[in-house]
Design a protein around this ligand. Structure first.
Ligand SMILES: C[S@@+](CC[C@H](N)C(=O)[O-])C[C@H]1O[C@@H](n2cnc3c(N)ncnc32)[C@H](O)[C@@H]1O
Length: 405
């Protein structure tokens, strides 16, 4: 356990779900005429799909990004560095500038020795391979601010020079310039979605890497909230067409007029980490309900460090033990609230209900879509590990406590 959110989730694993639900903020429940829980709000194909790193080229099909099985993988006839999972994917091929750069021996690997530079170069070579309307669709998205130069990274001018050196000049689009490159990079930073490697049970989310990145036109319009009311799914290894489509579903009923927001990263991140990421990568300080609450927490509650004792796990375990010892556990959380200890965490309900409890996962749980006659599903699906959880399995009852959003 690392922080207060982990603490509440741990309580749920110990069967104290009902108490945590009592702590939930009692916002008025609104009659929902807007969106029903589990409803698919968006299903969309990417404008652009590109490998996350050079290593992705040998593990995933370069056209559809399904996992490659070695006995069916066929190398690209031109570059021999990328591979495809089927004749149809080989015919669809992969971005022509990327293919040309890969034909150039180890030049791409030499230009991009570290993964962050690889990611930017793979993006640029793929984006510059798009037909003009698609490049303009990317340029129409909102821009994220340029990051402060970090050691080992390359600025847009350096990345532009690398693309110019790697791609045959006649293949570059009209308007190719350092400014064009900088504008594209700014769009990628604030709008791309990671398509993750396959999750294996027990694997820590921190170790899970992206296999590819995708830019979508309409999905890029979702704003962020640290207590989102929707989350996105992708199913890259599923058979059939549309395996790289993004699917956005409502976590719960959303009243008409309420903004639909997703979280740009795992919802269990600490306040300071969320603020830093949103400021650095997206250019805004988050002022959502949750951040307003958590900004008031003492440093050792959760604000980004261990509060100096370096062993928060122990502190939490002690606190937990005390609760159970005092009153048998179930009402402990309410008492904790009465004592003023944890009543400053009104969003506990959200974590209990919508965060996956698979070991090391921390994906988000959203209900499956309602049935054709509008019946809501009582099965929740994790958008990272794919685990299905029945609503009644350790989940607090939606009707007995307030909904955060
Ligand atoms: C993926 S885009 C979202 C769509 C964008 N708002 C638009 O109108 O195209 C990300 C950008 O939206 C803005 N944004 C997203 N969530 C926000 C929030 N909670 N508060 C303020 N700005 C936000 C930031 O400028 C961020 O860089």
């Amino acid at each position: 356990m690392h922080n207060k959110i982990d603490f509440f989730t741990e309580l749920i694993r110990k069967g104290l779900g009902k108490c945590v639900a009592k702590l939930a903020v009692t916002a008025p429940l609104v009659d929902c005429v807007g969106v029903s829980k589990g409803e698919v709000l968006l299903s969309e194909s990417p404008i652009l799909l590109y490998p996350a790193t050079l290593a992705s080229l040998t593990s995933y099909c370069s056209a559809c990004f399904r996992s490659l099985s070695p006995n069916v993988a066929a190398p690209c006839h031109s570059c021999r560095a990328a591979a495809f999972c089927s004749p149809a994917c080989a015919a669809a091929s992969h971005p022509r500038l990327l293919c040309a750069a890969l034909c150039n021996g180890g030049a791409l690997a030499a230009a991009a020795p570290i993964e962050s530079i690889q990611e930017s170069l793979l993006f640029l070579l793929s984006a510059y391979s798009l037909p003009e309307p698609s490049i303009h669709a990317i340029l129409s998205l909102s821009s994220a601010p340029a990051p402060a130069p970090a050691p080992g990274t390359q600025d847009p001018a350096g990345l532009h020079a690398a693309v110019a050196a790697l791609a045959p000049p006649h293949m570059l689009p009209p308007g190719f310039s350092p400014d064009f490159t900088a504008a594209l990079l700014a769009k990628d930073r604030g709008n791309s979605f990671a398509i993750m490697e396959p999750y294996r049970p027990g694997m820590s989310l921190e170790l899970l890497k992206a296999r590819a990145y995708a830019v979508y036109h309409r999905a890029s319009l979702f704003n962020h909230d640290c207590l989102p009311n929707a989350c996105h799914f992708d199913y890259p290894d599923r058979p059939g067409p549309g395996n790289t489509d993004i699917v956005v579903r409502a976590l719960h009923d959303i009243p008409e007029g309420r903004e639909v927001c997703i979280s740009y990263f795992a919802a269990n991140w600490r306040y300071t980490d969320r603020q830093r990421r949103l400021l650095e990568d997206y250019g805004f300080p988050c002022e959502c309900d949750r951040c307003q609450v958590e900004s008031q927490w003492k440093d050792d509650d959760d604000n980004g460090d261990d509060g100096g004792n370096g062993n928060e796990d122990e502190a939490m375990e002690e606190e937990d033990g005390e609760e159970e010892g005092e009153d048998g556990g179930d009402d402990g959380m309410e008492e904790e609230g009465d004592k003023g200890g944890d009543d400053d965490f009104p969003h506990a309900y959200f974590f209990v209900r919508y965060l996956c409890d698979s070991e090391g996962c921390w994906g988000m749980l959203a209900p499956l879509p309602p049935s054709p006659n509008g019946e809501p599903s009582h099965v929740f699906e994790c958008n990272l590990c794919g685990k299905m959880r029945k609503e009644e399995d350790e989940m607090p009852d939606e009707g007995t406590s307030g909904m955060p959003h």
